[in-house]
Design a protein around this ligand. Structure first.
Ligand code: FAD
Ligand code: SF4
Length: 484
């Protein structure tokens, strides 16, 4: 196999025709048997050798289509070229030009449907493992040259409020602080991070990695106001009035779960994935009674849904000791929106997948506890508005699965509090805030993005909105200053 060789500190990258012969590198992973009972991170990432080999697979295309597949436009070819040359600090700089959360994105982005889906190499061979390389560079940077230990100019420009501290809010705050604005992040919970903190479990995204990334905000002089619920502690109008903020970016996410509306949903033991994961992530419920919050730990559990949230919930249930952890999804495997890696990991951990199966009714026992889930089989019809084939019930196919808990992960909508307390803020279906191409809302100098304006999407799309909003806020406030 052709491998890159280092000579006198320089790297001799293989010739292009040899590069395609190098197999895609894989990270070390915790063994499925062992990891079922721990919340330790599953993927160990690439090491120095495998990262160099993987980077040397890149064809350095004249037209780097991979960047087009990245919603924030990371210069993929550029940073990989630095990795091949052993210039890891430069590689990190290159990524950070477009991405304030590279260690997060390297772990949770659905690369297979974004940058890696576009990769030229992927047309005939396995695409370059762009996400793993991004993670490698970000982790190297944290260990050797932390971005937050560098001096940043702390200019005190106009004041901007960022409401919500998920990936959209973090990105917008970082971009604006770099441009010299005085940014304050308002967060309802006690800690920053949004879904990255309370939704995605430790075994996929360790909290110390998130905390590390957040230190960039401190280095940039961003002020944190936690335990601050905008709409209650202060309204948006108060922030823009007596508090003196000249622009606001709303990024309060979509934290209100949707339910199926089937009979039996009020039984004890039915809960949303959101609540289940929050209890474990934020309140360490898996360590009850050492920590105050209990969590349902059933023998058999059915999780309903096919996205990342459903996968996280079912894998968490397995780690809490469920002997049978079932994922009930009404379409087939091909339509699952979850990341391919999560599906593979769940399978390895013994999660059972019930495809083309839809819940009809939750059954209870005499004490009002969940005792089973009645389901029916589905078949796939024509594509619906989302482009996915629509599930259609198969008559007479009902069956009952014995479970003691049902966790629903079928989608979410925004929390309505900011919308309800902000006159003139236009909203759409499920209270999603309406925005234009620059993330501007119907209210002057109020911008919005992330799940609040999308109704549930991905980390990187939320980050793209945060970047766009920061650029639009800068334009709006610069124009206002010039007009004075
Ligand atoms: P959020 O991350 O939801 O952050 C919003 C923040 O605003 C929260 O901290 C909230 O407390 C705060 N807030 C709400 N209301 C107020 C208020 N009134 N005042 C002050 N603060 C407020 N995407 C991926 O790309 N890959 C994945 O692997 C992935 N896995 C996921 C797993 C789970 C369990 C879930 C739920 C989602 C997952 N997603 C994943 C989706 C992704 O996490 C979201 O799309 C993304 O976090 C949205 O970012 P955001 O900044 O818009 O909002
Ligand atoms: Fe490298 Fe693939 Fe991007 Fe080409 S498309 S530059 S091979 S990562």
């Amino acid at each position: 196999m052709a491998r890159p060789a280092r000579e006198n500190g320089r790297v001799n990258a293989p010739r292009p025709r040899d590069r395609v012969k190098i197999p895609r590198q894989h990270p070390a992973e915790a063994h499925p048997e062992g990891r079922r009972s721990t919340f330790d991170e599953v993927s160990g990432g690439l090491d120095e050798r495998t990262a160099l080999v993987e980077a040397s697979r890149c064809l350095e295309c004249r037209d780097p289509v991979c960047t087009r597949g990245c919603p924030v436009g990371v210069d993929v070819r550029g940073f990989i070229r630095h990795v091949v040359r052993g210039e890891l600090a430069a590689a990190a700089e290159r990524i950070r030009e477009a991405n304030a959360l590279p260690a997060v994105c390297g772990r949770v982005c659905p690369q297979e449907s974004q940058c890696e889906a576009e990769c030229t190499l992927g047309r005939r061979f396995a695409p370059v493992a762009i996400g793993l390389l991004e993670r490698y560079v970000a982790d190297w940077e944290a260990a050797h040259r932390p971005v937050w230990e560098r001096p940043f100019a702390r200019t005190r420009g106009p004041r901007v409020a960022v409401v919500g501290s998920g990936p959209a809010g973090i990105t917008c705050a970082a971009e604006l602080a770099r441009k010299g604005y005085a940014v304050t992040v308002f967060e309802a919970l006690h800690a920053l991070g949004g879904v990255l903190r309370y939704g995605i479990p430790e075994f996929r995204l360790p909290k110390h990695v998130l905390d590390r990334e957040l230190r960039l905000l401190d280095a940039l002089g961003v002020e944190r106001r936690t335990n601050f619920l905008v709409g209650r502690t202060a309204t948006l109008d108060e922030l823009m009035g007596e508090w003196g903020f000249q622009a606001v970016f709303l990024a309060t996410g979509a934290g209100t779960p949707l339910f199926l509306g089937i009979p039996g949903e009020t039984l004890a033991g039915v809960l949303s994935a959101n609540e289940f994961l929050t209890r474990v992530n934020l309140m360490a419920a898996h360590r009850f009674p050492e920590h105050d919050t209990p969590v349902v730990a059933p023998r058999a559990v059915a999780v309903i849904g096919g996205g990342n949230t459903a996968l996280d919930a079912v894998r968490t249930a397995r780690r809490l000791g469920a002997e049978r952890a079932l994922l009930v999804y009404r379409r087939s495997r091909a339509e699952m929106p979850a990341r391919a890696e999560e599906v593979r990991h769940a399978e390895e951990e013994g999660v059972e997948f019930l495809f083309l199966t839809s819940p009809v009714r939750v059954l209870g026992d005499a004490e009002g506890m969940v005792a089973g889930l009645e389901c029916q089989e589905m078949t796939l019809g024509d594509p619906d508005r989302s482009g996915r084939r629509q599930p259609i019930p198969v008559p007479g196919s009902g069956r009952v699965i014995e479970v003691q808990a049902v966790i629903e992960a079928i989608g979410q909508k925004p929390n309505p509090i900011v919308q309800a307390t902000t006159p003139g803020l236009l909203t759409g279906r499920h209270g999603v805030v309406a925005v234009d191409a620059e993330q501007a809302t119907s209210r002057p100098r109020v911008f919005a993005g992330g799940d609040l304006s999308r109704g549930g999407a991905t980390v990187i799309l939320a980050m793209r909105d945060g970047r766009r909003a920061a650029a639009a806020i800068d334009r709006a406030l610069s124009a206002a200053a010039a007009a004075e």
